[in-house]
Structures are given as C-alpha cells and as structure tokens.
Design a protein around this ligand. Structure first.
Ligand SMILES: *Cc1c(COP(=O)(O)O)cnc(C)c1O
Length: 372
C-alpha cells in the first residue's frame, strides 16, 4: 500500500539538523520550557505576523485554552461549522458550553459566513470558524459580523498553518488563532503539539497562565488552568521543520496543481478550489466524489491507493446522543457522505501521484456509469 502521507521521506531530508537539535536538548536537559520553546515562539510569532505565540501540548488544547482565556462557561454558546474534526466541538462541550453549528459553503467546505448572523443569540460568546483542508475561512466577512455583535473570533487553523487570506497569514486573522503540530499537519512535530497566536497582551498573559495550571507565579494559582506545555524536544524538531515550511508549501502547491491538471476533466469528481483572496496550503487534497464515495474508496484500497475520509460524519451527527440539534445542515451532510482525501504531501512521488490519478479516474468513472 502506498503511504497516504510520507513522513519518513521528510525526515531523511532534515535528519542531520533535527538529530543535532534533539541531541542538544538531551545534553542541556531542560525538557520542560527549555530555551527552544521560547526561541520557537518568537520565530512562529514572527512568521505569522502577530505579537504573541503561546505554544502548547496539542491543537485541541490550543482551542481549549483559548476558550478558557475568553472566559467561556457553562450555558454559553459558541458558533462553529457543522463540518470539521470533532475536537472543534469537543473543547466547547468540555467547558459545559454549547456548540451551535452553522452549515458550510459548498465550494470551500468552510463555515458559510452568510448563515452566521441568524445563529447568534444572547448566549453567543464566540465564533470559532475552521480553516478546513488548508484554506482560510471567510474571515473578512466573519470579522465584520463579530465586530457588529462584539464577539471574539477563534480561528481553528489546525490544517492551515502557512496559508494566507488577503495577504495575511492564517492564525493572525482573528482574536486568537490556534494551530496543531500533529505530525501530519502542514507544520508537524514528532508527537503532539500546538500553539495559540494573538495580538492581545491580556489574552496572551491569560493563555500563558492557563498553560501552567493557572499559575501567575510559581505555586500561586490564580485561575483554572491545565498542564498544556509543549515539550522542549518537540520545539527543537519544529525549529528545524519551520526552516523548510515555505519550501514544502511550494511543493504542496505543485502536487495540488498536478492533481488538478489531470483530474479536472473527470465528471465523477469535484476538485478543491481556492478563492482569489486566499493561498491554500493543502493540509489535505480533498475531492468530492459524485457517486458512491464508499465504493470508490474501497476499490481504491484494493488498488493499494489509500483514500482517507475527512470526515465521515458531521459534528451534529457525532453529538446526536448527547445534544439536541433542531437545525439541518444539508451541505455538511453532502460533504460528509461524498468527500475523500487523496494521498498527498510535499514528498509525494511522481509515480505514486500518477498511480492515484489513473486509478481514481478509472474507478470513479466506472462507479458513476453503473446504474443501480
Ligand atoms: C487536527 C485538528 C485539531 C486537533 O489538533 P490536535 O493537535 O490533534 O489536538 C483540531 N481541529 C482541526 C480542524 C484539526 O484538523
């Protein structure tokens, strides 16, 4: 089976420098909040173009810490897209608050900004759009709505680190931007990791305290927090990975352009599109399969070309057992039944990509032409 994302190839590329960086942490021994963590935070803040970067233990914790810093509490409502990774909703539920789902734009799979305002109630305390698959949500419109209603905005940028919207980097587009360094994300480490970004000094201070058990100074716990720190070893890995991020984004764009060129004539598929105001980092290369997605995925697997489904259920479907949702989300429902992500990454080989293209066209066209 070919790899869905090839992380080993990337390691071979940067092995010498990564090993040296890790070795240096092993020698100095400051495994918790060592100098690499602060060096990384400075470089990441610089890269994104914001004042503060607060690294943490995962993308999920970045979202949780952000909601905590904003004071989200039981019975508050937070608006999110109906179609995302489950963590987007999970962190809201963990605080006893209610995720209010809004349907997505069929072209980008991101929250449909035109439907946000009708979801705002007196209990709404934040809007949390997701920049899904590596393309930023429509923050220009979202921020206008948020400003009008005096609401903070958190970007779930777990899949979009390095992308831009109107020339500004993902993670700098809202009150707080949150990303993930899970190994397969655009900027990944060799374990779990994440970060929050903000220009707001008070929120940055709150996030730094929440990251260490709500301590304002050692053993003085002035607010509720978590153990949310990024390991120094992961910071060391990320410092080396950040050096090659822009080159890798170019490689991603090239692979995506190649998929586009060879798949665009297939009537059985709808390919990802990039809005004019955005640059797309293709955290995933995700297509819509018009007929019987699950059969196409199974046939592709038989050809040893793995597809992944991001995501097979909408958020309301995941939460059905514990939550009551009285709204339907037709576009999210279609997406969850029809999307599939193709093998992808900066180091996807030419041969593998050709194989995916050939098999996907054959299989999806055949499935489409079969009458049931
Ligand atoms: C990966 C991901 C997360 C969670 O990040 P972790 O680092 O795995 O905790 C949250 N939201 C989205 C959209 C993601 O893709």
């Amino acid at each position: 089976m070919m790899k869905f994302i090839d992380l080993q190839m990337q390691y071979q590329h940067i092995k010498k420098n990564v090993n040296k960086r890790i070795q240096s942490v092993l020698e100095h021994g400051q495994f918790i909040m060592g100098p690499e963590v602060y060096e990384l935070e400075e470089r990441l803040a610089d890269y994104v173009g914001v004042k503060h970067c607060i690294t943490c233990s995962s993308g999920t914790d970045a979202l949780l810490m952000s909601l905590m810093a904003l004071g989200i509490k039981p019975n508050d409502e937070v608006i999110i897209p109906a179609f995302s990774f489950y963590a987007t909703a999970e962190v809201i539920l963990l605080l006893g608050a209610t995720p209010v789902c809004v349907d997505i734009d069929p072209k980008t799979y991101n929250i449909d900004a035109s439907q946000i305002e009708s979801a705002i109630t007196e209990r709404t305390k934040a809007i949390m759009p997701v920049s899904l698959y590596g393309q930023c949500a429509d923050f220009k419109s979202i921020n206008d709505i948020a400003q009008k209603h005096n609401l903070p905005v958190i970007e779930d940028a777990a899949q979009s680190f390095g992308a831009t919207h109107h020339g500004r980097k993902s993670c700098s587009l809202s009150t707080i931007g949150c990303t993930s360094f899970f190994p397969t994300k655009p900027l990944g480490c060799y374990g779990d990791g994440g970060a929050c970004f903000t220009d707001d000094d008070d929120l940055a201070e709150a996030l730094r305290q929440i990251r260490v058990h709500g301590q304002s100074e050692r053993y003085n716990h002035t607010r509720l927090g978590i153990n949310g720190r990024l390991d120094t070893i992961q910071a060391a890995v990320l410092l080396e990975k950040l050096n090659i991020l822009d080159d890798e984004i170019l490689l991603r764009e090239g692979k995506a352009a190649n998929y586009h060129k060879h798949l665009k004539s297939a009537s059985s598929l709808t390919l990802p599109m990039t809005r004019d105001e955005n640059s797309h980092v293709f955290g995933q290369y995700t297509v819509l399969i018009h007929k019987d997605r699950d059969l196409v995925v199974e046939l592709m697997r038989q050809h040893e070309t793995p597809l992944f489904i991001h995501y097979p259920r909408t958020i309301p479907e995941q939460l059905m057992s514990s939550q009551k949702f009285n709204k339907t989300h037709p576009t999210s429902n279609i997406a969850s039944r029809s999307v599939a992500s193709l093998p992808f990454g900066p180091y996807l080989t030419y041969n593998d990509q050709v194989k995916v293209i050939e098999k996907l066209i054959t299989v999806s066209e055949k499935v489409q032409s079969q009458s049931i």
